[in-house]
Design a protein. Structure first.
Length: 129
């Protein structure tokens, strides 16, 4: 019998830092250099089988980085096991936004929205491009 473990992962960061490209590369091993910006949010799944008896299913949420969508992004913290904070290594302002906005936003909202199933919610910072 196979056990399935579900993980919801959210990617957040400023617009045009490569969140969608990271997700597409990870889930389909494809890359589109002309990828359009995400409007609102979208998600993809990645299923990994371990030792023929465990299945890990990642539900990976891609959030829009534009400022007008920031309040909507908070809805996606609910039931999330992890957050990947993405910045563009060629744009210092995108890294500053991680330090000055996104980390604070996670800390302020994660207790209300994070999954109770996970003892520790974790986040990682990821430079891209």
């Amino acid at each position: 019998m196979e056990d399935t473990i579900n993980f919801k992962v959210i990617l957040i960061g400023e617009n045009s830092v490569g969140k969608t490209s990271i997700i597409i590369r990870y889930t389909t091993n494809q890359f589109n250099p002309l990828q359009l910006s995400t409007i609102g949010a979208s998600f993809m799944n990645k299923i990994i089988k371990i030792n023929n008896d465990k299945i890990i299913k990642f539900e990976i949420w891609d959030t829009a980085g534009q400022e007008k969508y920031r309040s909507v992004n908070r809805l996606f913290y609910q039931n999330a096991a992890a957050c990947i904070l993405v910045y563009d290594i060629t744009r210092k302002s995108s890294f500053d936004a991680i330090k000055n906005f996104w980390i604070k936003d996670i800390k302020e909202n994660i207790q209300k929205k994070a999954s109770k199933k996970f003892y520790n919610f974790f986040s990682i910072c990821f430079g891209w491009k």
